[in-house]
Design a protein around this ligand. Structure first.
Ligand SMILES: NC(=O)c1ccc[n+]([C@@H]2O[C@H](COP(=O)([O-])OP(=O)(O)OC[C@H]3O[C@@H](n4cnc5c(N)ncnc54)[C@H](O)[C@@H]3O)[C@@H](O)[C@H]2O)c1
Ligand SMILES: N[C@H](C(=O)O)[C@H](O)COP(=O)(O)O
Length: 354
């Protein structure tokens, strides 16, 4: 490929019984129409299934098979062409009807994108939602893209961060049952989470001196130890160690009152302790336009803020705003990473390999 042509982003179309194909197609067309010649997209999915989905949506669109040896850019007159890296379904897909038979297909979409990134065909991946339950029902242990991609890229720890509504909310734990949360937050794990968060905010989001607000774990951040000891034993010592290293990391703040402009206006990200402490606030502020980002991976990966919406599949009513935002975010992160890599090459500043 011409070195001036940006590498495509891989877009995995997700659970075929859900809204993944619909939001992928709609957002891809919007992206290609708004930004022709910018970053091409390649959809990972079953070619005929995507054609059938487009027909059901009455989209004015043409399809072509992705060919790594024949670069394709969405020029002004080719914005309605969708490139597909064909990953065959394992069984016919019906909107709204989950099937364990297609669980391997869903994971093959991710593997195809990963292989394409490894072989430098793609600059990153944007993922449509998968259904964690049906993959487990198929006998495949799976807790989420976040953990799957960490495992596949042999990354010891990653950080889930969602962005939307003017906020970034990162999590100290990912898909962990509530009763295991306290034990999962240790001085080493929280330190590593903050290291990853600060590093990726700098390198992938171009924030020179990230300001991070950290929540407590317990009501009222433990009320001085009367409502839990995690703040005193773990969270405060970790925050202090980052402050001693010169970072703008503050807290622990009671999570129930932290999410207000008074605090947020003076911060680049909030680090919440667990999934349902931070994400409901962010999703209330931005559902349908938020982006899920996996930090700490050696690749760029973004995703939607919603799930498979089985109840909406096939109805052509799903909002593709979050998928569009995820494409935009991945595009911006690729550019920020390239810029920072160039700066570091020039100044010989070493950064952790991402
Ligand atoms: N990135 C991902 O892969 C991802 C993200 C979140 C949830 N999930 C998975 O999705 C499955 C279903 O999860 P859930 O039911 O909790 O959440 P969901 O987001 O699928 O649905 C919640 C509600 O939001 C609505 N909704 C979701 N997306 C919408 C859209 N684009 N436009 C309009 N309305 C939309 C749905 O109709 C439903 O009423 C679970 O297996 C979950 O783990 C996957
Ligand atoms: N925690 C995510 C959310 O609430 O949006 C969602 O489950 C997706 O997670 P993965 O990206 O790990 O699949």
């Amino acid at each position: 490929m011409d070195s001036n042509t940006p590498l495509p982003l891989a877009l995995t179309t997700g659970e075929p019984a859900g809204i993944g194909a619909e939001v992928s197609l709609r957002a891809a067309l919007q992206w290609q129409n708004q930004t022709p010649s910018l970053t091409p997209l390649v959809l990972m999915g079953d070619y005929d299934f995507l054609i059938a989905t487009a027909r059901n949506m009455a989209l004015d669109v043409q399809f072509r098979h992705y060919d790594a040896n024949a670069p394709f850019t969405h020029t002004q007159d080719a914005t309605q062409i969708i490139q597909v890296a064909h990953v065959p379904l394992r069984a016919p897909a019906t909107a709204g009807q989950l099937s364990t038979a297609n669980a391997p297909h869903v994971l093959e979409l991710l593997d195809t994108a990963l292989n394409g990134i490894a072989s430098q065909q793609f600059s990153g991946m944007v993922t449509a939602p998968v259904h964690k339950g049906i993959i487990n029902d198929a006998g495949i242990a799976f807790t989420g893209h976040t953990e799957y991609l960490a495992d596949k890229t042999q990354t010891d720890q990653v950080v889930m961060m969602l962005a939307g509504g003017g906020m970034r909310v990162a999590l100290a734990t990912t898909h962990v049952p509530l009763k295991l949360i306290s034990d999962a937050i240790t001085i080493p794990s929280l330190t590593r989470t903050l290291d990853i968060l600060l590093h990726d905010l700098t390198v992938k989001f171009n924030i020179a001196q990230p300001r991070v607000l950290v929540t407590g774990l317990n009501p009222h951040a433990g009320e001085g130890g009367h409502m839990g000891m995690e703040e005193i034993d773990v969270i405060t010592p970790v925050i202090q160690s980052f402050q001693q290293r010169g970072h703008d990391v503050r807290g622990p703040y009671p999570a129930d009152t932290l999410f207000q402009p008074h605090y947020l206006n003076d911060a680049d990200a909030v680090l919440a302790m667990y999934h349902d402490q931070g994400l409901p606030v962010l999703k209330y502020a931005s559902f349908g336009h938020g982006v899920n980002i996996t930090l700490g991976l050696p690749i760029i990966r973004t995703s939607v803020d919603h799930g498979t919406a089985i109840d909406l599949a096939g109805k052509n009513t799903a909002d593709a705003g979050s998928m569009f935002a995820a494409i935009q975010c991945a595009h911006d992160m690729v550019h920020a990473s390239h810029m920072n890599a160039a700066v570091n090459t020039q100044t010989n500043v070493s950064t952790r390999k991402i």
